[in-house]
Write a protein that binds this ligand. Structure first.
Ligand code: AMP
Length: 223
């Protein structure tokens, strides 16, 4: 789909709520560029950049990376995408990050995936990732064709260091304390749209229908 004007969206939800999978479907269906803060950090870690090495222990302990580091990293990437439509995944995660984003760009829509924490705990501990692309599999409901290998490249999948049960609990706490206020921030700005469910396959058709409607009405305004 070719968009008629620049469209900027954020996707939110607790870790393991299916943000990565839904983001991939959105970017494929609507042609937005996908920017994932977690993927950017993991690629800094696997390239052994100074920043990546500094941030690795925050991530492994289920803590958030400091706001100023994260905002600088993401806003720098967004600057070179001035004429693109994008979907931000994993950023902002705190109110100061949301304010830093607002100072630089206006956000058209925030998609919030509301998945119960109990579902998430089960899901995260059976999750496997292809690190170079961020492609995610789940051994229970979305297994790779060959166990342990990425479908597209045949390269090995890994389990993330921060997907252990204890770290998952800490990440969910960080989400409750630091990220839930961001939902309130966007709700009061009138751009928040919440989708509730326990399975990504059930949530996706609603997200797709919502974005179709949203983009169609954007086109109407332009015409
Ligand atoms: P994710 O893949 O989005 O779950 O991110 C993995 C980890 O990277 C998080 O648990 C945080 O430690 C860190 N991280 C990702 N995005 C942010 C952000 N916007 N602010 C702070 N830390 C972040």
């Amino acid at each position: 789909m070719v968009l008629q004007r620049i469209f900027r969206a954020v996707i939110m939800g607790p870790p393991g709520s299916g943000k990565g999978t839904v983001s991939a479907l959105i970017t494929k269906t609507f042609g937005l560029s996908h920017i994932s803060s977690g993927d950017i950090l993991r690629s800094n870690i696997s390239n052994k950049s100074e920043l990546g090495l500094l941030m690795k222990c925050c991530i492994d302990q289920g803590q958030l990376v400091p706001d100023d580091v994260m905002s600088r990293l993401i806003l720098r990437d967004l600057r070179v995408m001035d004429h693109s439509s994008w979907l931000l995944d994993g950023f902002p995660r705190t109110v100061p990050q949301a304010e830093a984003l607002d100072d630089a760009h206006s956000v058209d829509t925030v998609i919030n995936l509301n998945v119960p924490f109990q579902t998430i705990k089960q899901r995260l501990t059976s999750r496997w990732t292809h690190l170079p692309t961020g492609r995610v599999y789940n051994v229970d409901f979305n297994p790779p064709k060959v166990p342990g290998l990425d479908d597209e490249t045949g390269e090995p999948l890994v389990q993330r260091d921060d997907d252990t049960p204890d770290t998952v609990t800490l990440r969910l706490k960080a989400y409750e304390n630091q990220t839930e206020p961001v939902l309130e921030y966007y709700r009061s700005n009138g751009v928040l749209e919440t989708f509730t469910g326990t399975e990504t396959n059930m949530i996706w058709p609603h997200v797709e229908a919502f974005l179709h409607k949203k983009l169609f009405s954007v086109k109407q305004k332009v015409a």
